[in-house]
Structure formats: structure tokens, C-alpha cells
Design a protein. Structure first.
Length: 207
């Protein structure tokens, strides 16, 4: 006797749901904006996500990616020991092959204002003022063609020994040398512009 259609559909759905769940297991959604981030990008693994707020305005969501080796160093650190967890996180990134911050815009910001805001966050964390100006110019050049960083715009900042590589909507703009640690500190030091990102990294990477 043929099986009822409903039974067949239930069996099919039951078979594919675990596969879909497994595929998306490492992906995260920023609860503040509902913006989602893939579990990996360019061979790097997602550590956490958070929102960048300016007053009540949710300007953008940010996801931080780095290599699996850096992430494995955090797995034995208890979540409740936040100070130690953040210290170990920042230390682990120094030996990482690369660390990437992916910014997904939730609110429209003019090109000049967006470039200035990021540069002004990096500047007090480094003595390399020329590199900060270059970073600002790269961001400005990348966004200017759009007129503004409108919702849906994606900015990527890949930090490595070479510096900070800037990409806008998957188009590489250029590299600002020597700012890797300073850029990471914008999001991970005690004056972080996104406390939610630090919390998310601890929640997802520590035991």
C-alpha cells in the first residue's frame, strides 16, 4: 500500500533538518539588528557578533573571524572569568594568521563620516598616524562610489602582519600598513566600541 503523502513529507523534512542545522551550526545572528553572519569566511572561523551603537542608533553589526588555532586556545577558559578570557583572546589573535572584522551596515552613514569614525577609533590606539590617514582614505574611497554606507553595505577589515586590508562589498580597496593590533583593540580592549561583540566571543569560544 502506498504511503500517505503526509508521511513521506514528514520523513523527508526529518531527514534534511539535521543537515541544515549542522550546516548553520556555527552561524550567528546579532540579536540587536537580526543581521546574520556565516560561520566561516575566507578560511577563517566566526568567533562572535555584536552591535555598534551610537546613542540609541544601531549603526552596524560586526562579526569577528580568525583561525581555528586561535579559537582552540580559548576553549578551556571558563566563561565566568571574563577578564582572563578577553586577555587570552587578545593574546591568541597576535599569533593568528589573520583576523577579520566584517561590518554590516544597519543605518545609513555618509562616506566621510563613516571613514572618520573608524579612523578616530583607531588613532588613539597607535602611534602610526600616517597609516591611520591611509586607512581613512581607503574606507572613504570604497564607500564614496555608493555615496554612503547604506543598510546592507558590507565592510571587511582583514588584519594581518601586512596591515589592515580594506574591502567594501567584496571589492578590495587596499592595505593600510601596521595597524593590525590597533584595529583589533578597537573591538576588544577595555574601551571597545562594541561590548556586545566581546560578550559574544566569550560566550561562543569559552567553556
Amino acid at each position: 500500500m502506498p504511503r500517505p503523502l503526509g508521511v513521506i513529507l514528514s520523513a523527508f523534512i526529518g531527514a534534511i533538518l539535521p543537515i541544515a542545522a549542522s550546516a548553520a551550526a556555527g552561524a550567528l545572528v546579532d540579536p540587536a539588528t537580526k543581521i546574520s553572519f556565516n560561520d566561516t569566511i575566507g578560511g577563517l572561523t566566526l568567533f562572535g557578533v555584536g552591535v555598534r551603537k551610537k546613542g540609541p542608533i544601531k549603526v552596524y553589526s560586526v562579526g569577528m573571524y580568525s583561525d581555528d588555532h586561535a579559537k582552540s586556545k580559548l576553549s578551556s577558559i571558563p566563561k565566568f572569568n571574563k577578564a582572563d578570557a578577553i586577555s587570552k583572546l587578545r593574546l591568541s589573535l597576535k599569533s593568528a594568521s589573520a583576523t577579520m572584522f566584517v561590518l554590516k551596515m544597519n543605518f545609513k552613514v555618509g562616506a566621510e563620516k563613516m571613514a572618520s569614525a573608524i579612523a578616530e577609533s583607531v588613532e588613539p590606539r597607535t602611534s602610526e598616524k600616517g597609516a591611520v590617514e591611509m586607512l581613512k582614505k581607503l574606507i572613504l574611497d570604497g564607500i564614496s562610489s555608493k555615496g554612503a554606507a547604506v543598510p546592507g553595505t558590507i565592510l571587511q577589515f582583514e588584519c594581518s602582519n601586512d596591515g589592515v586590508k580594506v574591502s567594501v562589498d567584496s571589492k578590495e580597496i587596499g592595505i593600510a600598513p601596521g595597524l593590525c593590533q590597533a584595529f583589533c583593540d578597537v573591538y576588544l580592549d577595555d574601551k571597545t566600541v562594541s561590548p556586545a561583540l566581546r560578550e559574544s566571543c566569550i560566550e561562543n569560544c569559552c567553556s
